[in-house]
Structures are given as C-alpha cells and as structure tokens.
Design a binder for this molecule. Structure first.
Ligand code: NAD
Length: 518
C-alpha cells in the first residue's frame, strides 16, 4: 500500500519550495517505526514568506476575498469532488502516517471529510448582516468581512478532518491561510493543499509550512500580520498560543483543546447498547480523541454486570496492522505517546486501581498497547483526573531522536508540562456511583468541559444530565455522534470559540456596523 513519497517540500504561494534553512525531518509509520518520508522543516523565515504570500493574496484587490461568494462556494465544492476522487490515496496516507485504521480512514474520508467540505463551502454565500433602525431617519447595517491572514495550527490525531474544518471555514469566509500541521503527521496537508490548487484556489490563499511547535508554530503565533490563530491541540500549548496571540497585535483566537470526558451508565440503561458504546467511545482510534470517554461512571446496581461486559468487549478487539481490514485496534502515534500512556497505566496500578484486562505492550515494533480496563478507580487518581506533568522516558528507541526533539520543543517553552493532559490512549477507567446528583457533581469536577454522555431510559434523568453537565457537547444514548451542521465547542479549559455549524464561518469574520443618516 504505502504511498510513494520520499521527500516533501513546503507549499507557499502555490509553489513547492525547500525550507530556507535547508533543514528537514523524518516522518514515521507508527505501525513499525519505519521512515515514510523526509519533510522540509520550516521555521521563522519560511513562515515569513508564507504570511507575506497570504497577505498579498488578501490584499484589497484580492481575487479570493472579492470573488462572488457563490464562486468561492463552487471552487470549494470542486475541492470536495477532488478529495472524493483521491479518497483512497488520502486514506492510505492517513493510515500509514497516523496509524488510523484504513477502514476508518476510508469511511471518514467518504462521509465525514467530504460532507464537512460541502457543508462549510455552502456557507460562503450565506454570510449576511442585519439592518437596525435607530431613530427617525437614522439606521445602521452590519457587514461581516473576512478577518485577514489566519494561522491554522493542527494536531496529529485527525490530520485530514481537522485541516478541512479549519481551512474550508476560513476560505469560505474569504480569508487566506498559513497552515502548520503537526510534526508527527506532515503529509496529508500537502496533498490537500495541492487539491485546493487544482480546484482553482488562487496563489497565496493556502500555504502549508511543516515544522515544529517551537519554530514554525511560534513564528506563526507571533507574526504581526496574522490576524487570527485557530488552534487545535493540548491545553498547555493552547495557553502559550493565547499569550503569544496577545503579545504583538491582538489576534483573534479559536482554541480547541483537551478533555476528560465522562460517560454515565444509569441502572435503567440498555446494557446491550451501553457496553459496546462505552468501548467504542474510548477504544476508537486507540483512545486518541479529544472527546474520548475516558471516565465511565456506572451506577452501583449494574456495576458488576457492566464491568464483565466491558472486559469482554476490550478482550475481543482485534489488534494489528491498521491496513488490515480485520484490524480493530492499531498503534499509538509515536514513542512519546506510547511512553506517556504506559506511564499512566503504571500510575493507575500504583494508586490502587486494578487492571482487569490489557495494560501491556503488543509486539516488539511499533507502538501498540492492549485495550485496557481499570476498575476500583477513584476520582483522585491520576488516571481519572487531569494531569499537570507526566514526563517519562522509557525504552522505546525507535523514533527516539524525534521524540526528544518534540519533548525539547515543549520543555523549552513550558518547563512544567508537555503534551496532552488526558491519557490519550486505550485506557477505560470505570468508577462506581449511587445517585444522579452525585454523578453530575463528579463529572463536573474537572477543569475540562469538552463532552459528556449518558445512557438511560428515563427522560427526566437524561434531561437533568443535559442541563447540568458543564460541557459543550452532551450525548444521550449515543456517543461520538457528530455532523458538520452541529456546532462543536467546549466549556472551561476545553475551548475558546466554536467550530462546525452555522457559526463556523463567523470565527473567521469581523463585524462592522455602518450607520447612515438620511
Ligand atoms: P500539541 O498541543 O502538542 O500540538 C498541537 C500543534 O501545536 C502541533 O502542530 C504543534 O507543533 C503545535 N505547537 C506546539 N507548541 C507550540 C507553540 N509553542 N506555539 C505554536 N504551536 C505549537 O497537541 P497534539 O499532541 O498534537 O494533539 C493532541 C491534543 O489535541 C489533545 O490534547 C487533544 O485533546 C487535542 N484535540 C482537541 C480537539 C478539539 O476539538 N477540542 C480535537 C483534536 C485534538
């Protein structure tokens, strides 16, 4: 399968260019740690070139910004056609660089990604203002106009979908963009940029600069000509980005950060549905989802039955190469995340929680961890709450240079913490509760507020939970269900701003009020 890429350049002003410094880094396949490609490594000089190109493209006579909005929609819709055309190749690339199951990547491309592009593209010509009567002959009207050059900084856990959610919303609004993909997954953004060019997006509107957080990332967040930063990633880096965004000009920011999302199983729930959903909600993509249900609260009366079912679900997951259609459980992204997850498993055991299944590495190559179920978990254990700092180096040598580089990049700017604050791995923590009031308090007892779910057959219970959960997304008798039409946001430390839904394009618009005296 593997895509035939040996070396990739940066994409600036619709041209493929080397990094000014000539530096490169390797990108890996998490299945076996092998090098897939060598990637041009951008830093401040390259970001300067990319921002200059995006600024020229946003200029007063910009073809893109002043284009009839329905034409912008048509070009972005053509992009959706091209992504659909190349979906097999994109899925293979996502699979070998990110470890996503090929079957999931194909489904995500065919439905999620293409559907997202079409929806966001269709918002281009729905941007409207209001007319507001003031007094007598005086009235005001509002205009919504693109904010300018946007820096879009991506994580590694959903490289294609998250590229699309940010880039297409920004372009639909008429903005120009510089994209900084995660250093672990630099490849698909370049393919998508080439497809945008093929669809007819003019030069300079989309630029992709691969590189590291400290380097390309910091240069983008500090650049005075960048008007907006939209970032998805960890809370720690989100805080740094917010500081940087206020350091020069006052950049607008959207931050989509981490979570420690609870899933509640009431004793009236249909366990034939709830148990598989609970497994799906934590083990999909090996737990590497911001919205993963990492805390499962189970009501006492059904606790033993639930645990029995949860262990059976975890045990029967088929672990293997993500390219194999039979595989249900692939590798973690890299050595750093592998070590971090194994560190959490050790800390859970040390704190007195019991592993009923899993907890071990699988094989000797790649970054595979068994689906793991912990019981006897209490709210005060590290595995059940957010963490400040967990820096562990264990003996995986593959990718070690990159691991150190990545760690160093975090440590140099954020000495007390690095990486994500949730386990971000296939670790299901099961906790016991008695009453709805109690469990709502325990669910809310975290600085995160991304998502929560409940399984119950009682409407009042469901509505009470929906009302009192301090999160941006609540699922009732389902989990992970999302569509581009529904706004996605988080409360507390999980988010600033909204993605998806009608509001997604607003994130890239400025409002202007014009007052007229007739
Ligand atoms: P990360 O924060 O380590 O890195 C994200 C991006 O930021 C990368 O491109 C990285 O190079 C860049 N970066 C790092 N330091 C920087 C700096 N100082 N300045 C500018 N850029 C910098 O996150 P990650 O490990 O790649 O991704 C996993 C995290 O993303 C998890 O916490 C997960 O919860 C979160 N996430 C959130 C959502 C959401 O919608 N809320 C979706 C997906 C992932």
């Amino acid at each position: 399968m593997a895509p035939e890429i040996k070396y990739t350049k940066l994409f600036i002003d619709n041209e493929w260019v080397d990094a000014v410094s000539g530096k490169t880094f390797d990108t890996y396949n998490p299945h076996d740690g092998s090098v897939i490609a060598t990637v041009a490594e951008g830093d401040e000089a390259d970001i300067n070139l990319a921002v200059a190109a995006a600024k020229r493209a946003f200029h007063r006579n910009s073809e893109w910004r002043l284009m009839d909005a329905s034409q912008r929609w048509a070009i972005l819709d053509k992009f959706a056609d091209l992504v659909q055309r190349d979906s097999q190749y994109l899925a293979e690339l996502e699979c070998c660089n990110n470890g996503m199951l090929l079957s999931s990547a194909i489904m995500s491309l065919k439905y999620g990604v293409v559907e997202n592009i079409r929806y966001l593209a269709s918002l281009a010509d729905k941007i409207q203002g209001d007319t507001i009567p003031l007094n007598g002959e005086v009235f005001a009207y509002t205009l919504k106009q693109p904010v300018g050059v946007c820096g879009l900084i991506l994580p590694w856990n959903g490289p294609i979908l998250l590229f699309v959610v940010k880039v297409v919303a920004a372009l639909a609004a008429g903005c120009t963009v510089v994209v900084k993909p995660a250093e672990q997954t630099p490849l698909t953004a370049l393919v998508l940029a080439a497809l945008l060019q093929e669809a007819g997006v003019p030069a300079g509107v989309v630029n992709v600069v691969n590189g590291f957080g400290v380097g390309a990332g910091t240069a983008l967040t500090h650049h005075p000509d960048v008007a907006k930063i939209s970032f998805t990633g960890s809370l720690e880096v989100g805080k740094l980005i917010q500081q940087a965004a206020g350091a020069n000009n006052l950049k607008r920011v959207t931050l989509e950060l981490g979570g420690k999302s609870p899933l509640v199983i009431m004793d009236d729930a249909d366990l034939n549905v709830a148990i598989p959903y609970a497994a799906f909600s934590i083990f999909s993509h090996q737990g590497q989802m911001c919205i993963a249900a990492s805390r499962v609260y189970v009501q006492s009366r059904i606790y033993d039955k639930f645990v029995q079912g949860a262990v059976a679900m975890a045990k029967k997951r088929v672990i293997g190469n993500p390219t194999d259609p039979a595989t249900e459980h692939g590798p973690q992204i890299d050595a750093e995340m592998f070590n971090k997850v194994m560190g959490y498993i050790e800390s859970g055991k040390k704190d007195g929680a019991k592993v009923l299944t899993g907890g071990k590495r699988v094989g000797n190559t790649g970054y595979y961890i068994e689906p793991t179920v912990f019981v006897d978990v209490t709210d005060d254990m590290k595995i059940a709450k957010e963490e400040e700092c967990l820096l562990l180096i264990s003996p995986i040598e593959h990718n070690f240079h990159l691991t150190l580089l990545h760690m160093t990049s975090h440590l140099s700017v954020c000495p007390r913490s690095y990486g994500t604050s949730q386990i971000f791995g296939p670790v299901q923590c099961i906790l016991k509760f008695d009453t709805l009031e109690e469990v709502i308090d325990r669910c809310n007892n975290t600085n995160y507020g991304l998502a929560a779910g409940i399984f119950t057959n009682d409407l009042n219970t469901a509505l009470q939970f929906g009302k009192h959960a301090e999160v941006g997304k609540v699922w009732i008798n389902t989990y992970l269900m999302m569509g581009p039409q529904a706004p996605s946001c988080g409360w507390k430390d999980s988010s600033i701003g909204i993605e998806n839904g009608l509001q997604s394009v607003d994130a890239f618009l400025e409002l202007k009020t014009v007052t007229i005296n007739l």
